[in-house]
Design a protein around this ligand. Structure first.
Ligand SMILES: Cc1ncc(COP(=O)(O)O)c(C=O)c1O
Length: 396
């Protein structure tokens, strides 16, 4: 005879912790497909480049509406490969943003070129084309070859303005699209906007590998051919090295995983957009979204010309560091992208910039806070996050 419980204990359905990111939910949904794809690579015993990399490159190029896609070892390498393939090197300068991940600038240095920095638009946190124009004017004698805008947090930089700059000054445009697979400017996907683009598949990205991986896209067959050569030690023919390239090949297992995930990405990006809208709603309902006022939270701004994929949902928050500490105490994850702008990094002091040079980036670094967002995040978890933020401002 089965034992009946004497008391029914109500286990609360609301989880106590909200993680910044939990891809185990995603893995649970696609486990069989992923393991089958990995198994196929193991059976083929082709672990580097080969058919699974070629197949992923085709699928990615088609999804991005880019004529050419070259898989490589990481997003950092994709940036370096893009510049190296374009022939950028010592004596050249590239304009980019100080409000990005370190690799945006370090890859320029790795090419032997000089990074010139320009400030951001405070609403989108993306590189300001007006600031870039000023830098171009102030460096008339220098050999500025390219502009490297970053599609930060999943939103494309103002490509109308950068296209106009390209027309005016004949500069190359290279996209740092590490955070923006599936994002669009008007109808054109990130990756098909610039002369070249770099994507990262680092495990926290919206399209993520099971390790390091990256991709370069380009509109030019010559640049595609050169990038392929450079990622394999400058070889066109086995063991004949036409140039000093590098080992930046994409692993076959990573490519197989990425090709499975790529099929789901449009749905996942739509989920991220839905979750972002829900956060907006919850903040409005809680009376916290006093947009533009000194003591209100500033919600993410989407340019109407951009299709934002919300790789991150980033607010500006008064007393940001105290709020973050409070959220941590409540078991709620958050992150700061990025706490120190690149011109103030110790290793980049040689660039010659100082505090105060990029005030909008410096202010953003003190105020931004990224909240949990990923396709499987649940509504009750979003409510917990916004409820905790409401409590913080009510009681502290
Ligand atoms: C804006 C940006 N650029 C470049 C990179 C470098 O990519 P990876 O970590 O794959 O080298 C990243 C990701 O970390 C990034 O977010």
């Amino acid at each position: 005879m089965s034992q009946r419980p004497i008391y029914h204990v109500n286990v609360p359905e609301v989880p106590q912790h909200v993680q910044m990111l939990d891809f185990s939910r995603q893995f649970a949904g696609i486990r069989d497909e992923i393991l089958t794809a990995i198994e196929q690579v193991c059976s083929s015993q082709r672990f580097i480049l080969g058919p699974s990399v070629e197949s992923f490159e085709h699928a990615a190029a088609s999804a991005l509406q880019a004529p050419y896609a070259v898989g490589c070892a990481s997003g950092t390498d994709a940036l370096w490969l893009a510049m190296a393939a374009a022939g950028i090197g010592p004596g050249d300068a590239i304009i980019t943003t100080p409000f990005s991940f370190f690799a945006t600038v370090s890859s320029i240095l790795r090419c032997g070129a000089q990074p010139l920095l320009a400030d951001i638009y405070p609403a989108t946190y993306n590189l300001s084309a007006d600031s870039v124009q000023e830098v171009v004017q102030n460096h008339r004698g220098s050999s500025i070859k390219a502009v490297l805008p970053v599609h930060l947090y999943g939103q494309c930089a103002d490509w109308d303005a950068f296209s106009a700059l390209k027309q005016r000054h004949g500069l190359l445009l290279i996209e740092d699209a590490a955070q923006a697979f599936g994002a669009k400017w008007r109808e054109t996907p990130a990756g098909a906007l610039g002369d070249l683009a770099a994507f990262s598949f680092y495990p926290t990205k919206n399209l993520s590998a099971f390790g390091d991986a990256g991709l370069l896209t380009t509109l030019s067959s010559e640049l595609d051919e050169r990038a392929r050569m450079l990622r394999s030690h400058g070889m066109r023919r086995r063991y004949y090295h036409d140039e000093v390239g590098w080992n930046s090949r994409l692993d076959s297992i990573q490519a197989a995983v990425l090709e499975v995930k790529l099929r789901y990405l449009p749905r996942w990006n739509e989920d991220r957009r839905r979750i972002a809208r829900r956060y907006d709603e919850l903040f409005q309902e809680a009376g916290l979204a006093a947009l533009g006022t000194a003591d209100g939270i500033v919600l993410p701004a989407t340019d109407p010309r951009a299709f934002h994929v919300f790789h991150q949902y980033v607010i500006r928050a008064p007393r940001r560091d105290e709020l973050r500490e409070y959220l941590t105490d409540q078991g709620i994850g958050s992150e700061i992208y990025y706490p120190l702008p690149l011109h103030l990094q110790t290793s980049l002091q040689g660039l010659g910039y100082k505090q105060g040079d990029f005030p909008l980036s410096e202010q953003a670094a003190c105020e931004v806070l990224a909240l949990p967002i990923y396709p499987e995040l649940r509504d009750n978890e979003q409510q917990i996050v916004v409820g905790a933020i409401r409590d913080f401002y009510a009681w502290h």
